[in-house]
Design a protein around this ligand. Structure first.
Ligand SMILES: Nc1ncnc2c1ncn2[C@@H]1O[C@H](COP(=O)(O)OP(=O)(O)O)[C@@H](O)[C@H]1O
Ligand SMILES: [Mg+2]
Length: 229
C-alpha cells in the first residue's frame, strides 16, 4: 500500500482498493490507479484479469462493491443518480465489442451520443459527419453496423466516443480490429487528444499503441501491482 496521499484534483482518475464481484466470482480484488490529467495510460494483463471491468466502473456503467473511485473530480463509489449525464459530459468509451446500435446507421450512432447535449440537430449531424470523415468512413456513414467490417465498426465506436469531446477517453483494445492504415489514423487522433490535454486510459496489446503511452499498468487476477515505496 502506498502511504502517499494524492489530491484527487491533481488526477483525472483515482482508484483505491477497488473491488468488484459478480455473484460468487471476485473479478477485481484491489485496483489502485492514479492517472494525471492529460496522461495516456494503458492497462495490460491476461485475458480475464478484469481490464474491461475496470473501464466499465470508471465509466460509471456499474458500481464497484468496495474501494474508492474518483473520475474527473466526481466520486463514483456512492454511485448516485445522474450518472448517464456525467458519462455523456465527461467520459468517452470505446467498448471492446463496440456496442453500436444495430438499427442505426454509423452517422446516427455517433449522433445519438450527442442527444441531450447543447448541440442541436444540425450541429450533431455535422459533427458526426466530420468525425466519420476523420476516421476515413465518409462513404460508410449511411451504412448500418451489420453491413460493416469489424474494423469499420471499431472506427465508428471511436468516432462515437469522441463526439462530446470527453475529458477522459476510455478505450478497450481500440486498435484490436484495425489494419495498419486504420490503426495509424487512431494513433494520430490519440496523439492529438493527448496534446490537447485529454486523459486516455486504454486496454491494449498493440505494441504500436502502447509505445505512445506514458506508462503501462499491469493487472493480474483483478489486482494492480502495489505501488512502489
Ligand atoms: N457482467 C458480468 N457477469 C459475470 N461475470 C463477468 C461479467 N463481466 C465480466 N465477468 C467476468 O469477470 C472476469 C474479468 O472480465 P473482464 O473484465 O472482461 O476481463 P479482461 O477484459 O481482462 O479480459 C472474467 O472472468 C469474466 O468472465
Ligand atoms: Mg476485456
Amino acid at each position: 500500500m502506498s502511504s502517499r496521499t494524492v489530491d484527487a484534483q491533481d488526477c483525472a482518475i483515482v482508484a483505491r482498493g477497488l473491488t468488484k464481484r459478480y455473484g460468487q466470482l471476485t473479478v477485481l480484488d484491489g485496483v489502485d490507479l492514479e492517472i494525471g490529467h492529460g496522461e495516456f495510460v494503458v492497462l495490460v494483463g491476461p485475458s480475464g484479469s478484469g481490464k474491461s471491468t475496470v473501464l466499465h466502473l470508471i465509466a460509471a456503467l456499474e458500481p464497484a462493491d468496495g474501494g474508492e473511485l474518483i473520475v474527473a473530480g466526481q466520486a463514483l463509489h456512492r454511485h448516485a443518480r445522474g450518472m448517464s449525464r456525467f458519462r455523456r459530459r465527461e467520459i468517452g468509451i470505446v467498448f471492446q465489442l463496440h456496442n453500436l446500435i444495430p438499427r442505426l446507421t454509423a452517422r446516427e450512432n455517433v449522433e445519438a451520443a450527442m442527444f441531450g447535449t447543447h448541440r442541436g440537430h444540425r450541429e450533431r449531424t455535422d459533427r458526426a459527419t466530420e468525425l466519420l470523415e476523420r476516421l476515413d468512413l465518409a462513404d460508410r456513414a449511411d451504412e448500418r453496423p451489420t453491413t460493416m467490417s469489424g474494423g469499420e465498426r471499431q472506427r465508428v465506436a471511436v468516432a462515437r466516443a469522441l463526439a462530446n469531446e470527453p475529458k477522459v477517453l476510455l478505450a478497450d483494445e481500440p486498435t484490436g480490429s484495425l489494419d495498419t492504415a486504420s490503426a495509424d489514423i487512431v494513433l494520430e487522433i490519440f496523439a492529438e487528444l493527448i496534446a490537447g490535454g485529454t486523459t486516455i486510459l486504454a486496454v491494449s496489446h498493440d505494441a504500436r499503441l502502447n509505445a505512445h503511452a506514458n506508462r503501462l499498468v499491469p493487472i493480474v487476477a483483478g489486482k494492480t501491482e502495489p505501488a512502489a515505496p
